[in-house]
Design a protein around this ligand. Structure first.
Ligand code: ASP
Length: 360
């Protein structure tokens, strides 16, 4: 079957900015945004950047770059690179918490509205910026997703440096987790209470960064990047690199991304669902809440042994959705209790409250 997009369309949209990314690896690929006429996108007349609660620096950077004419996809990637590079964010990139073997494995995806193209990597080791590799998968292969060793080989072939991603802090956290995990194995914990607070175990946790952006020309793009669930089984892949789960962009409707328990998301194609609800006329916030309701409804059927629901059948896991529509309206919602998200609306960059489905 012939592709709907010719190579010329692909080039015209500016998606193949990868050449610049390769040459200037480690820096942003600063290329001019394609004109809306060339992409078929409908002018929005506004700039927006929306991210998860850990993404306030990402939205700031994405906005700064888009205003300089950088394409929204390059802008959001440059934004999340700040967090991937930050050893203090233990949920993403360098410094992320490792799997149960003490090895950091990262997942990331990107999606570009005008061409409906996507790229992703899963379970990639030793590469600090999986979001940049995901973009190269989109631009320089015919595939959507590369995993494990294959993803690493691909990144190395494109000149990414092989790095140790396990910081001392993350290693220490893994060691404490390992020692305190079970009283039936041969590992013995230190007296936890006597440990300085900084060394106390970081127990099962998750976190991720998602960032979505829209420029005046009406181009939507998104990225999601993570070290996934801490202490996961080696090889476990979460929702972040799965298009339709951790990220989805439809240039005519809007974009959505997610953080939280990936398994819940994968089983419900949740980011796709958020965008579909926006396509039916819901506001971004309503679409996020309605999707959470759907997930909560399905969660009631999941085996009790998964420990994902409480006695009343309510979800006992964290899940957040972030959404931005083609007009520039945005919203976010969380499953339980309170959560924040970052928004740059073109004037101010701030953390806002997500709507919540259950009070927590
Ligand atoms: N969604 C990520 C995963 O399941 C983790 C998170 O966002 O908390 O891998």
């Amino acid at each position: 079957m012939r592709s709907r997009y010719s190579r010329r369309d692909f080039l015209r949209t500016g998606v193949t900015l990868g050449a610049a990314a390769i040459v200037g690896r480690g820096s942003e690929s600063m290329a001019a945004a394609p004109q809306s006429g060339a992409t078929g996108a409908k002018r929005s007349g506004v700039f927006r950047a929306v991210s998860s609660g850990n993404g306030i620096r990402a939205t700031d950077k994405a906005m700064e770059l888009m205003r300089k004419g950088v394409d929204p996809l390059d802008a959001v990637i440059a934004g999340v690179n700040i967090v991937e590079d930050d050893p203090n964010d233990m949920s993403v990139g360098y410094g992320g918490l490792p799997n149960e073997d003490g090895v950091v494995e990262l997942d990331a995806s990107v999606m570009y509205g005008p061409t409906h193209a996507s790229g992703a990597v899963a379970g990639i080791r030793n590469i600090k910026n999986p979001s940049k590799v995901a973009k190269l998968v989109m631009e320089r292969t015919k595939h959507c997703l590369l995993v494990g060793n294959g993803a690493l080989k691909f990144a190395l072939a494109h000149g990414f440096p092989k790095e140790n991603l396990l910081t001392e802090k993350a290693h220490e956290a893994w060691l404490r987790w390992k020692e305190t995990m079970s009283d039936k194995d041969n590992w013995l914990p230190e007296q936890i209470k006597k440990m300085p607070e900084a060394l106390q175990p970081v127990m099962m946790t998750h976190g991720t960064i998602n960032c979505l952006a829209l420029n005046e020309a009406g181009i939507l793009a998104g990225v999601t990047t993570t070290s996934g669930l801490s202490y996961k089984l080696a090889g476990r892949v979460g929702d972040s690199p799965i298009i339709g789960a951790g990220l989805y962009v439809d240039n005519e409707i809007g974009a959505a991304g997610s953080t939280g328990l990936g398994e819940a998301n994968i089983r419900t194609c949740a980011s796709f669902q958020v965008v579909s609800f926006m396509g039916q006329g819901m506001s971004p916030e309503q679409a996020c809440l309605k999707t959470l309701e759907r997930v909560a409804d399905k969660a009631r059927r999941w085996p009790k042994s998964l420990g994902l629901t409480d006695d009343a059948g309510r979800p006992a896991f964290g899940l957040n959705f972030y959404a931005l529509n083609a007009k520039g309206e945005f919203g976010a919602a969380t499953m339980l209790g309170k959560a924040g998200y970052a928004v740059h609306d073109g004037r101010t960059n701030e953390l806002r409250d997500c709507a919540s489905l259950f009070k927590g």
